[in-house]
Design a protein around this ligand. Structure first.
Ligand code: 5AD
Ligand code: SF4
Length: 440
């Protein structure tokens, strides 16, 4: 009888893509995936370390599932991903529940490590690699909609933003062979998928050297877009220091490359950006936004913002707010700064903004973004958008939900439309998060 594995994924899209690689490796070793944690013989938690609260959630989750082990003595529990890499064997030593610890570059070893754990040994592999991209592995798709999927194009990060744990837990940057990326995207299209999101920590520095012929991200992106006009292409994440006009022209040129750029600013203060080691100033960032606006006028924009980084003053914070207002983001992810052990900020700067002030500043950012999100949709009623249908809306089976090229969510009466179809929707009204309309 094949063994059942339950994988739970925390953190970013990259982790979602990695869980699909893990499932592929395990299914080749005879495992079967299950959605029911109670029937699993192996539970893997794919973890995130980006902020302390991400790790706290995982400790909480481990407590919550501890009863399963009492009931089933041969159950094995593995911590994989970023938190496994950060804490290494300490995880097994401090938490008796954990049998297996595997970092993001060692997933090929999982079947072996599970066998080790079953034989009663400590099973830890947190070696980082300079080459591993899992290029030859066909991920087992675990998404529920069958319409949009992630394709990893590179791993690791060389940027060394001073607040960020990613370079430590995911290692150095390396790009994946473009042939394997094209093959994966093509297969997804043939399986009925209609949207792929190309993933990397900094997609703008994608680089593949084929006998001295260098392929950069713009070329890769247009190749993927050429697979089929019905396949939408998105990407994440761009870095403001590297996003080039060449890329912007590529996006403008192809109808099926989505007109949305996630361009994390992190802060609006050049002084703070310098301490963050972001390698650009407020002015540089604003210049890139101007370039986007002029080359791709219909492009939507989103950002990540950190409130309360080391030494941040009221004036710095106000510069973040004024930048947000100036750009008029359609969407933003906003966080309180969380010191991560071992990072440059943790070693060099004092985490000196009091918790209460961090919370106040974050609340101000969120309130502002709510206003901006509403503003970004205010002019949409009366417009017609092409929407890729992803499935039924959360609230009702009589309504479908999908997204515009700009990544705006649209809900409309289903009529006879189905997921995976492109539908023209006339927008009639909006809420702060959703556009509501009817098909035409
Ligand atoms: N504290 C708070 N937010 C962080 N991010 C990364 N590291 C930290 C940290 N130590 C945020 C950044 C990044 C997003 C993925 O998470 O905004 O873009
Ligand atoms: Fe993703 Fe970063 Fe979290 Fe790792 S630490 S899962 S790379 S967000």
């Amino acid at each position: 009888m094949s063994k059942k594995v339950f994988i739970e994924t925390y953190g970013c899209q990259m982790n979602v893509a990695d869980s699909e690689v893990v499932m592929s490796i395990l299914s080749n070793a005879g495992y079967e995936s299950t959605d029911n944690i109670n029937e699993a013989g192996l539970i893997l938690i794919n973890t995130c370390s980006i902020r302390d609260n991400a790790e706290q959630r995982i400790w909480g989750r481990l407590k919550a599932i501890s009863h399963l082990k009492k009931r089933k003595h041969d159950l094995k529990i593995g911590i994989i991903g970023c938190m496994a890499e950060r804490l290494k064997e300490k995880l097994i030593e401090t938490e008796k529940l954990v049998d297996i610890v595997v970092g993001p570059d060692a997933y090929r070893e999982l079947p072996l490590l599970v066998a080790e754990a079953e034989a009663g040994h400590k099973a830890v592999n947190v070696l980082l690699s300079r080459e591993e991209t899992y290029a030859d592995i066909s991920p087992v798709r675990m998404d529920k909609n069958g319409v949009s999927s992630f394709v990893s194009i590179m791993r690791g990060c060389n940027n060394m933003c001073s607040y960020c744990v990613v370079p430590y837990v995911r290692g150095a940057e390396r790009s994946r062979n473009p042939e394997s990326i094209m093959k994966e995207a093509q297969e997804l299209y043939e399986m009925g998928y209609r949207e792929v999101t190309l993933l990397g920590q900094n997609v703008d520095s994608y680089k593949w050297d084929n006998n001295n012929k260098i392929m950069g991200f713009p070329e890769l992106l247009s190749n993927v877009a050429a697979i089929n006009p019905l396949l939408r292409v998105r990407f994440s994440t761009s870095h403001p220091k590297d996003i080039s006009d060449e890329l912007l022209h590529t996006i403008a040129l192809h109808d099926n490359i989505c007109k949305h750029i996630h361009l994390p600013a992190q802060s609006g203060s050049s002084r703070i950006l310098k301490l963050m080691n972001r390698d650009y100033s407020r002015e540089w960032y604003m210049d890139r936004i101007k370039a986007i606006r002029s080359i791709i006028p219909e492009c939507s924009l989103s950002t990540d913002m950190i409130a309360g980084f080391c030494t941040e003053t009221k004036e710095d914070h106000e510069e973040s707010l004024s930048l947000m207002e100036w750009v008029g983001y359609d969407f933003a992810y906003m966080f309180k700064y969380s010191e991560r052990p071992g990072t440059r900020a943790a070693r060099k700067y004092k985490d000196d903004v009091p918790e209460l002030i961090k919370s106040e500043r974050l609340s101000e950012m969120i309130a502002l973004q709510n206003k901006l999100s509403i503003k970004s949709k205010k002019n949409d009623p009366g417009r017609i958008y092409e929407v890729l249908v992803e499935g039924y809306s959360k609230r009702s089976d009589e309504h479908l939900s999908g997204r515009t090229s700009q990544n705006k969510v649209v809900v409309f009466p289903a009529e006879s439309r189905v997921k995976g179809e492109y539908v023209n929707v006339l927008i009639e009204k909006c809420t702060s998060a959703t556009l509501i309309g009817k098909c035409i």
